[in-house]
Write a protein that binds this ligand. Sequence first.
Ligand code: ADP
Ligand code: MG
Length: 367
Amino acid sequence: MKVVLENLTKKFPSKNKKEHSEVVAVNNFSFEIPDGKLVGLLGPSGCGKSTALNLISGLLKPTSGKIFFGDDDVTTIPPENRGVGLVFQSYALYPHLTVRQNIIFPLENLKGKNKLSKEEMNKKALEIAKLVQIDKLMDRKPSELSGGQQQRVAIARALVKIPKVLLLDEPLSNLDARLRLQTREEIRRIQKETGITTVFVTHDQEEAMSISDLIIVMKDGVIQQIGEPQSVYDNPVNLFVAQFLGTPQITVFSGEIKNGGLYIGEDKVLSIITDYSGPVKVGVRPEGYIPAADGALSCNLCRIEVMGRDISVVSSNPLAESEIIRSIISSDNKIDTSSATVRFNLKPSKVHLFRPDNGERIDFSLN
Ligand code: ADP
Ligand code: MG
């Protein structure tokens, strides 16, 4: 089921009574989620992710704009009739019910021709439990399950009515690091197997990048960029997106475009062609540094951290906005650790230029 948002806006009245300003939690969202895809809605805390999700579910009513499931306008349809499955950070299972009873719960109030017999309900619950791999735990109570298992029950409960759209709001936040990794892969597998159009909300860029077909990066209620994870990472439209995606974070230098060159201080780091001239912000991804004795960019060497396959060269530069620069290079490289300086050439595809005033991307080609 394709999901379309059309100029969707949600405003909340200000909590501060003296101020009359309102919070625009979701500002004029327009996008289409293709049928059967998993979309990661990504942004820092408070940027409006949950609000956007709750508008799609129907738990919140938009201030303006429309929502379509397929060709149907569902904007005014109440949540229980939209055919959505919801999973939240807190599993919200019924503590006094068994796993089986928790999963069956949404089926029990089906009416009329949709009404199911006890046997049919048990059969459906078992099918879904097998899908999320908790079928051996059907008679346990939630308190007898690990966090990861509880979240699987919550996912099974959201799936048992075969929703048109599955909505997940930070479903992994309560799990420890290892379970988070494992459960996100599970969610991806289940989503692919069922083909249910899914929106996955997270503030964790790595989580969103690793499982999404498309990511939507938001800031302050406004969509910054929509695209395939790799494409957004490779072509960030602005400095915010460039800094939000990627670990270690992109390093930002104060630079200048002049005389056909990109300069960081006295170092001419690239020969480029662009319409822009003057001061720029230069973002360099950690994998964008090539150590070389005659490298264009000179940095002060702090230390080398061995990470096995790769090494991390930690250096500094007075024109970098951050205290340290982390360059990830193959451990085949030999770095002279007795030297106070390390020199790098920059991989052009890993260098992104932004306007210092508004952070918008500046396009360039190599000369
Ligand atoms: P996120 O899920 O990205 O952390 P939210 O969607 O929860 O962000 O919140 C977005 C903004 O809307 C925040 O500034 C938040 O304070 C505000 N907000 C959310 N819900 C309400 C509400 N019911 N009443 C007033 N303001 C709200
Ligand atoms: Mg939230």
